[in-house]
Design a protein around this ligand. Structure first.
Ligand code: PGA
Length: 251
């Protein structure tokens, strides 16, 4: 049985004061024991969040990390080893905002994924199609290529210690959500692609859905057989809303 997971991606939001307030809200949440919960603050606030959430069963992750595992001469980047040292357990790899706005391509993402795992961080690989790709019937082709890039480079076994987040680009931050069935169809295809290589890995890996998840639609989405939780953007900045989504995944 896969444990569900809810991950809160805070994106480029927060000041020391607003982060302190959010930490306080999170500390007071009643969280389900059946789900793994993690938050992904901006790098600048990771130590504040790690310290602030001590004793609470919420893990911390980063939104991005360097292509090299260990610290070194790479101005402006943060090494996976530094994230581990700061108390992180996870890192997002290939969020669509980074693919689209920072020009991150599969080759770079393969390196980031491998570097993260080399340090014991769990990569959360984000994949998903644009509206144009969906409308031209290319959804499964796009998602399969993004996933296939890691499988080809690192082998399917890399997903024994990773999480995958399916996030249709058209649903991110737009208020548009994939229907539970649309999301389930893609999740099933992702799991089938992995199963063609290794069924144990396919059955074990957690597939999160992301794109305008809120408390109001979480139960239905998380009720689908291949949806093992969610990657939450906007709604994760509100502790009460995030808590309700976590409880939807834990029950
Ligand atoms: P959203 O973002 O929940 O605000 O749509 C999801 C994400 O980008 O991870």
């Amino acid at each position: 049985m896969r444990r569900t997971m809810v991950a809160g991606n805070w994106k480029m939001h927060g000041t020391r004061a607003s982060v302190a307030e959010l930490i306080n809200g999170l500390r007071h949440l009643a969280l389900p024991s059946g789900a793994d919960i993690a938050v992904f603050p901006p790098c600048l606030h990771i130590t504040q969040v790690v310290d602030g959430l001590k004793g609470k069963s919420i893990q911390v992750g980063a939104q991005n990390s360097a292509v090299e595992a260990m610290q070194g001469a790479l101005t402006g980047e943060i090494a996976p080893s530094q994230l581990v040292d700061a108390g992180c357990s996870y890192v997002l790899v290939g969020h669509s905002e980074r693919r689209q706005m920072m020009g991150e391509r599969d080759g770079t993402l393969n390196r980031k994924f491998a570097a993260a795992q080399a340090c014991g961080l769990i990569p959360v690989l984000c994949i998903g199609e644009t509206l144009e790709q969906r409308e031209s019937g290319k959804t499964l082709e796009v998602v399969s290529r993004q996933l296939g890039s890691i499988i080809e480079e690192l082998g399917v076994g890399a997903f024994a210690k990773a999480v995958i987040a399916y996030e249709p680009v058209w649903a991110i931050g737009t208020g548009l959500t994939a229907t539970p069935q649309q999301a389930q169809d893609v999740h099933a295809a992702i799991r089938a692609q992995l199963a063609a290589e290794n069924s144990d890995v396919a059955q074990g890996v957690r597939l999160l859905y992301g794109g305008s998840v809120k408390a109001a639609n979480a139960v239905e989405l998380f009720g689908m057989p291949d949806i093992d939780g969610g990657l939450i953007g906007g709604a994760s900045l509100n502790a009460d809303e995030f808590g309700a989504i976590c409880r939807a995944a834990g029950n």
